[in-house]
Design a protein. Structure first.
Length: 313
């Protein structure tokens, strides 16, 4: 990974034991809210298959895609058309369209009321199989990252396993179309925002455009090697750690020159706590200098609160 001279975002191998990467990841998440992981265990063949399948879906006619838009469902499943989502406090919409895949729960599951069933496009035969496989792989990788975070926080290595078991995690297939002359003034591919969830795992950050806002108020690009995954802290984990780990504001800026005429694709996985998990600041974090504890709130209530702020609920 290449870094700018003023940023030192961690780049670690998940082939190492959690205890061997815990402090480096923790330092990076506390300072920047971001890190990069290599050797993450998601097969390259699966990544490439998912990328091609995603491109095939977004290449479908507009009316075909819109048939999978579930109005009034907060974008939790299926297709969200171009020009729908706005970042919190933004004046114009983001220049993107996306598809959401969530957890499949068995009938009668105690958390079924919080998670709508998935819908699947019938036009692409391999869609369901490919993304069900990728969802499971993302979840496994996310748990390994959470083990290192737990150790950094002085918690048992498997502390987070129960907090995210059957969590409301969502995989997003993102398409940023080529920039057209009719784009609203000031609109960019993804305006400055923080993620709502626990941690985000992002495939597709090798292409330039992703930037984070440092503590000094400066925008810096996030660089990722081919085949690596960018990880960032979400608002839920920031709240649980009383602000010790940072949910950093980030954005995806518009490319210049020939890049503006190309589509950009990426696949973030928003790993969530269980809907019934109470986000109550950890005692070990509340005692630290700079801690900013907030009152406890359930993961589900926090999610609804934030979805309303970004025009999805």
């Amino acid at each position: 990974m290449t870094d700018t001279p003023t940023t030192n975002i961690a780049s670690v191998s998940l082939a190492q034991a959690p205890q061997d990467i815990a402090e480096e990841l923790g330092r990076s998440f506390a300072e920047y809210g971001f890190a990069v992981v290599r050797n993450h265990g998601i097969p390259q063949e699966l990544i490439e298959r998912a990328e091609e399948t995603s491109k095939a879906f977004f290449a479908l006619p507009e009316e075909t895609k819109r048939a999978y838009h579930l109005a009034g469902k907060g974008g939790a499943r299926g297709y969200t058309p171009f020009g729908t989502e706005k970042a919190k406090d933004a004046d114009v919409f983001d220049l993107k369209e996306f598809w959401h895949i969530g957890r499949d729960l068995p009938e009668g599951h105690s958390l079924a009321e919080f998670m709508a069933p998935n819908i699947w496009p019938t036009e692409i035969a391999e869609f369901r199989e490919t993304f069900s496989e990728l969802y499971a792989a993302f979840e496994e990788t996310g748990l390994r990252v959470l083990q290192a975070i737990a150790l950094h926080l002085g918690l048992p290595q498997d502390y987070f396993a129960a907090t995210v078991e059957d969590g409301n995690s969502v995989m997003r297939l993102l398409h940023y179309p080529p920039l057209g002359p009719d784009a609203p003034e000031g609109a960019i591919r993804a305006a400055a925002h923080g993620d709502i969830n626990t941690i985000t795992l992002l495939l597709g950050a090798e292409e330039a455009g992703l930037e984070l806002l440092t503590k000094a108020g400066e925008w810096h690009p996030v660089y990722a090697e081919e085949g690596s995954i960018v990880i960032n802290v979400g608002d839920m984990l920031e709240r649980l750690t009383a602000g010790i780990l940072r949910s950093t504001t980030h954005r995806v800026v518009n490319p210049k020159g020939a890049g503006a005429q190309r589509s950009r694709y990426s696949m973030p996985f928003f790993l969530h706590f269980r809907p019934d998990f109470l986000i109550d600041p950890l005692d070990s974090c509340v005692d630290q200098e700079g801690a900013k504890p907030e009152k406890p709130i359930s993961s589900h209530d926090f999610l609804l609160q934030r979805l309303r702020e970004i025009n999805l609920a």
